[in-house]
Design a protein around this ligand. Structure first.
Ligand SMILES: Nc1ncnc2c1ncn2[C@@H]1O[C@H](COP(=O)(O)OP(=O)(O)OP(=O)(O)O)[C@@H](O)[C@H]1O
Ligand SMILES: [Mg+2]
Length: 346
């Protein structure tokens, strides 16, 4: 039976995908069989960090066209990856037959030690259903106040639905150990005071420029820079997870999916009724939520493009300096992000 861990956050862009991928690799490096489930519907997901762009995803499994084995990306640096993508969005609207198809597809896939779910940002029904069905949740925060308040909102919703396993917190992008400790302590204090959810610290990950450099190379930092500080933090977290005595039993995958889909079914219906009530007076909150999620993804992407531009500009300027003393103006460098992405895909 696999240990099922859902990696989540309140705020977007705090490092869920980077942590999911690199933590999976660190666990695999310790000899564990790991499957990473990409449940992120957005742009900045596992595809971008690995440079793998699968043609088929979970949707083909749900519709019965393909088996899980057909879509499984095998042995990417020692881990297997399931591309959830559009299939995850479909989970909320499954028919009974499709639910059966999905659950039985996972019956064949129990030969893993760890199943890691990387989720999208925000408190959507899909994200909550993965969290509620897992016995282990890793909540990623940064020291930014907005990240902490959004994490608190996530914990509040999990408390509301009666989540009763302890939630492990990682403070990411840390520049000062003391600030990280203070941020965690403040979150812990507020949670203990007002919520039924229980949190415990799992570790911190330093802010490391090699993390961004690895995004540009589309190779995980744990592989590209094994000795860098972020990789060492990830190793320490993996070690702690391995040593961590679980108070709950491992969950068979089919039970996980059953819990997940049952939660989704209930929650989705409730949402539908609410939406119907509001339809005549207010704009659809689902669409507004999606737009705001897309906005945060775009902001991140623009930031990435800026980083890549800066990286290339510095690189090209430095190369040009070596070859010809007359250095070209940096303004002359035109970066076509789309073509760059396409060359990476090819
Ligand atoms: N420890 C770190 N040091 C420096 N940069 C980091 C670190 N962790 C993550 N980042 C950077 O932060 C950005 C967002 O990371 P990532 O995509 O993993 O976040 P996410 O929580 O999965 O985002 P989303 O909510 O959009 O899914 C990336 O550019 C990544 O390189
Ligand atoms: Mg992500």
């Amino acid at each position: 039976m696999a240990r099922i861990i859902t990696i989540t956050s309140g705020k977007g862009g705090v490092g869920k995908t980077s942590i999911s991928l690199n933590l999976s690799l660190a666990l695999a490096a310790e000899g564990f069989r790991v499957c990473l489930f990409d449940a992120d519907l957005g742009l900045a997901n596992v595809n971008i960090l690995t440079g793998i762009y699968p043609k088929k995803d979970l949707e083909s499994v749900i519709s019965g066209q393909l088996s899980l084995n057909d879509i499984l990306i095998r042995d990417y640096q020692g881990i297997d990856i399931i591309p959830g993508s559009s299939g995850v969005e479909k989970l909320a609207d499954l028919t009974r037959t499709e639910t059966g198809t999905l659950i039985s597809a996972f019956l064949d896939l129990d030969a893993y030690d760890f199943f890691i779910f990387d989720t999208s940002a925000g408190i959507s029904a899909q994200v909550l259903s993965f969290c509620m069905a897992s016995h282990e949740i890793i909540l990623v925060v940064t020291t930014e106040p907005t990240s902490l308040t959004d994490a608190y909102s996530m914990l509040k919703v999990l408390s509301k639905y009666g989540y009763d396993c302890s939630i492990k917190v990682i403070v990411n992008q840390v520049t000062e150990g003391k600030t990280a400790q203070k941020s965690y302590a403040r979150l812990k204090q507020t949670v203990s005071r007002f919520l039924s959810a229980k949190i415990e610290p799992l570790g911190i990950i330093a802010s490391d420029k090699n993390v961004r450099a690895s995004v540009i190379s589309q190779t995980p930092f744990f592989i590209l820079f094994p000795g860098t500080v972020a990789s060492r933090c990830i190793s320490a977290i993996a070690e702690k997870l391995i040593k961590n005595q679980r108070k709950t039993m491992d969950l068979p995958l089919e039970f996980f999916w059953d819990n997940c889909l049952t939660f989704l079914e209930k929650h989705h219906h409730r949402k539908d009724e609410k939406a119907k009530e509001k339809e005549t007076t207010k704009p659809n909150t689902d669409i507004l939520e999606k737009i705001s999620q897309m906005e945060s993804k775009l902001t991140l992407l623009i930031k990435e493009v800026g980083d890549i531009r800066q990286f290339l500009e510095t690189h090209v300027v430095m190369t040009a300096k070596k070859e010809e003393p007359a250095c070209p103006e940096p303004e002359e460098i035109v970066l076509d992000f789309e073509s760059w992405l396409n060359t990476k895909k090819g």
